[in-house]
Design a binder for this molecule. Structure first.
Ligand SMILES: [Zn+2]
Length: 417
């Protein structure tokens, strides 16, 4: 009677890279407050977690020195100190963090014999915590997960992932973006009503774009696993791929059910604000997306051609950069079109028009123009995304010629004729 379930677990393990020789890290606690009226929810959960882990000295890695997040960091510090912990705050406004800042925090962690780091803030603060704590573990107990992730928005699926986006010097001394491997946070703690709801609406909603992109990313992953030159490099897992696509499905469905404007405090029958429920679902999807990547031992289940597009956009027009989820989401309809063998026969659920409608509903860009780019620039970026890390990553863009890509981009409404 458990045949199907066993098969599922076997598939997941098969998909987990080198199998039994490779450790899989998962968060041991995911605590997302949605109904809580307790203003100290975050502090209490953090304290409880640090006690459980036996941490006595901690660093809080956070963003700029003043403002809402800085106030939260101060509050957490005071609360933990009252219970006898030694707490330091490391402010860093850089986005993404540079390798010099990471090294500086790492030195402080070593000097003060810190047990763990709390990443509190947006993706950059969490990435800083991951990178700085991992550097330490690399030298000593390298298998420890020493990060507690406390996101202050639902902007993307890096909140619980084992990867960090940082800035390093290239050969000419220019700062370039790099994604490095770290450890998965041991806990993810978030307070929706008092903290995440306070983040800008669009910042939170950009997470929708990031999760919707799991669909095309998983398609690219599968495509690479069938390609002659990539199939040996890519450890594809059918169940993980399905799970990743399922997250896109959940978020598309949930967005379609939302009332038009969710920040206008629409309440359901139980008088719970609907936007809180949605944000919780989004955050859970992001944690699940991180877990899928961790089991797969690769970012491919959640990062395909649409992520390449976002990388080349960051590199080519840094001044036009917007939220990560918006930058990846904007080309998902184009990628869906390219993935459909026959352009008239789409997967009945993942239809480009529907995805576009979902992005529009939550206020995200759906065209080059809405990103502040000309159509020519938009197309050029798509073609550069085709060349991006071509030897390491295979996506649908490499399967198609420039003419087909242009045609799909026009049909998806990303650029005009
Ligand atoms: Zn992403």
């Amino acid at each position: 009677m458990f045949g199907y379930l066993e098969k599922t677990i076997e598939d997941i393990l098969k998909g987990s890279g080198s199998g039994i020789d490779r450790d899989v890290y998962l968060p041991s606690r995911v605590s997302i407050g949605m109904y809580t009226k307790d203003e100290d929810f975050l502090e209490k959960k953090i304290l409880d977690t640090t006690f459980g882990l036996g941490w006595h000295r901690v660093y809080i890695a956070t963003g700029r020195k003043n403002g809402f997040t800085a106030d939260v960091a101060e509050k957490v510090k005071d609360y933990l100190e009252e219970s006898g912990l030694e707490v330091y705050i490391f402010y860093n406004p850089e986005s993404p963090p540079t390798h010099t800042t990471i090294a500086a925090l790492n030195d402080l962690i070593n000097k003060n014999k810190v047990d763990g780091v709390i990443g509190l803030g947006g993706g950059s603060s969490i990435d800083l915590a991951k990178a700085a704590a991992y550097k330490k573990t690399k030298r000593k107990e390298r298998d420890y997960q020493r990060i507690i992730s406390c996101p202050t928005s639902t902007a993307h699926d890096g909140v619980a992932s084992d990867r960090a986006s940082i800035l390093v010097n290239d050969n000419e001394g220019n700062l370039i973006r790099k994604t490095i491997q770290t450890k998965l946070p041991i806990a993810v703690i978030a307070d929706i009503p008092h903290i995440i709801s306070e983040a800008p609406y669009k910042m939170n909603m950009s997470g929708v774009g990031d999760i919707i992109s799991n669909y095309t990313a998983a398609k690219d992953w599968e495509l690479a696993s069938k390609n002659r030159n990539f199939k040996d490099k890519v450890k594809y897992g059918e169940t993980l791929s399905k799970a990743s696509k399922m997250l896109s499905y959940v978020i598309i469905q949930a967005t379609l059910k939302l009332p038009r404007r969710i920040n206008g405090y629409v309440y359901d029958d139980n008088s719970y604000s609907i936007d809180r429920k949605f944000l919780r679902l989004l955050l859970l999807s992001e944690v699940a997306s991180s877990v899928i990547m961790s089991i797969a031992g690769s970012s491919l289940p959640a990062s395909g051609a649409e992520h390449n597009f976002s990388h080349v956009l960051d590199q080519t027009y840094p001044e036009k950069s917007t939220y990560h989820g918006e930058q990846v989401g904007v080309v998902v309809p184009t990628m869906v079109l390219l993935h459909s063998r026959n352009w008239n026969r789409y997967n009945p659920f993942f239809v480009p028009g529907k995805i576009k409608g979902v992005l529009q509903k939550v206020g995200l860009a759906t065209s080059a123009e809405e990103l502040g780019l000309t159509d020519k620039q938009g197309l050029e970026l798509l073609l550069s995304a085709r060349e991006f890390k071509k030897k390491e990553k295979y996506t649908i863009l490499q399967e198609k010629n420039p003419h087909q890509i242009e045609k799909a981009a026009i049909k998806a409404g990303f650029i005009k004729n």
